[in-house]
Ligand binder design. Structure first.
Ligand code: HEC
Length: 188
């Protein structure tokens, strides 16, 4: 029986490896609500070794418009850079910045990148890296997704992104956490 179970688990090797990585490593998904926005905690709650936003690196958001057209879709990219980064991760969310919907999902997000996955809560859809998406190219890790702006002018939206420039040791130690906040106003 024991052998049977072991075989059943190992059989689809790739899948099993992914599942194993997902269950053993937070790599596959930090808990929801760790972007550092709206009073949330950030990755630094657990990855607390180094000061947040250390000057040698950064998390950079591009493609999130300064002014959005209601209903328009934008391709947004989040990058974490730091010399020597070995594994990277992020979590991001787009929420209304003010008014009665403050802190709730602003518009919608769509996956276009295998390196990104979604984590839904009642009021917010978080974007974050997958296990494969923790890989880096040179000194940066990069992820993209689509954001469709709210259809009715819902007011100012804010994207919070938390990034981890990891040292690749499969622990919370020695990593650098970066936080960013970018605002998008309605185009009038
Ligand atoms: C509740 C604690 C906790 C929080 C919060 C957390 N992590 Fe982690 N993370 C871990 C642990 C523990 C590991 C080590 C691997 C493991 O044991 O799962 C890890 C490992 C990682 C690694 C691999 C690091 C390396 O150098 O090997 C990345 C990348 C990562 N986390 C990204 C993030 C990001 C991005 C956030 C915030 C959005 C975050 N984590 C928030 C617990 C956490």
């Amino acid at each position: 029986m024991r052998t049977f179970i072991a075989l059943a688990v190992i059989a689809p090797a790739g899948l099993a490896a992914t599942a194993l990585a997902a269950s053993l490593l937070y790599l596959d998904g930090p808990p929801a609500g760790h972007t550092g926005g709206f009073g949330e905690e950030s990755c630094a709650t657990c990855h607390f070794d180094n000061p947040v936003n250390d000057g040698e690196g950064e998390v950079r958001v591009s493609g999130f418009p300064e002014r959005y057209e209601p209903g328009e879709t934008y391709t947004v990219t989040v990058e974490v850079r730091r010399p020597g980064i070995a594994l990277g991760g992020f979590q991001a969310a787009v929420r209304f910045a003010e008014g009665e919907h403050a802190g709730r999902q602003a518009g919608s997000v769509r996956l276009t990148d295998e390196r990104v996955t979604l984590l839904e809560t009642d009021s917010v859809t978080y974007l974050q890296h997958t296990v494969e998406g923790a890989s880096v190219e040179g000194d940066l890790a990069r992820w993209s997704f689509e954001w469709t702006a709210p259809s009715k002018a819902g007011g100012k939206a804010v994207l919070h992104a938390a990034g981890n420039a990891g040292n690749g040791d499969d622990s919370v130690f020695g990593d650098y956490i970066y936080l960013a906040e970018v605002v998008s106003r309605v185009r009038r």
